[in-house]
Ligand binder design. Sequence first.
Ligand code: ADP
Ligand code: MG
Length: 260
Amino acid sequence: MSDLIRLDNLTVTYERHPAVHHISGTFRTGSLTAIAGPNGAGKSTLLKAIVGELRPAGGSIDRGALTRNDFGYLPQAADINRRFPISVADTIMLGAWKNSGAFGRFSREDAERAREALSVVGLSGFENRHIGSLSAGQFQRVLFARLLLQDARVILLDEPFTAIDQRTTRDLLDLVLRWNKEGRTVIAVLHDFDQVRAHFPETMLIARELVGWGPTQNIMSSTNLIKARAMAERWDEEAEACLPEDGLAEGDLAKREPAE
Ligand code: ADP
Ligand code: MG
């Protein structure tokens, strides 16, 4: 397998606070990688940097010949607004529209492909439903149908199975594995370690920095998982130390006007 995306000493920050730092390594063409790590480890940040939504503050991401259209990205559910008044069919075709560059009009062919994609994810006949009326599982199926239509070479999924029923999880996981068999590169943030061990040959374990990246059986060792947790506990303690009760940072106390 050849190198597809290379991270070199990558650091991504929010307002100069690093969310992930000094990450180096390679996703190879056709690989199937899980990203695991504690809450706040920077997993979502990393995916956003890979698709180009966030710029590196340090280091670099080498995407070779890949362009934005080569990436299919499924954000974490919390980042998606479902109250937007739009039908299932339009939600799906917006993905295709972005790729074809057609302006505001869907061809009959687009509609036909949308119908096919819906049938693959088990939602035949849902074309005209409002997305706000769907269950979490049905909505996730819609987003997978949209990914199907995008036909991307690289697929990034951010916690695709969180709060999703078992049946849907199984169906969509099958789809993910099929995409990978077709030669697509898949990177998925996951929190179910059994699922990772059973289906994902490669794992990147992060806790703001890299804990390990390589074959899943080596990376998901109890030593590494304990290490990742300890790193997360350390940053929780640091966060507390920075927030005294009155909400001022310690340095600010010295700057206060003396009481009259
Ligand atoms: P994960 O997906 O592993 O839970 P995230 O990438 O969402 O972690 O977040 C990593 C860190 O960056 C956290 O400390 C989080 O609070 C912070 N963060 C995430 N998004 C933003 C944002 N838009 N602005 C400021 N800080 C953010
Ligand atoms: Mg996240």
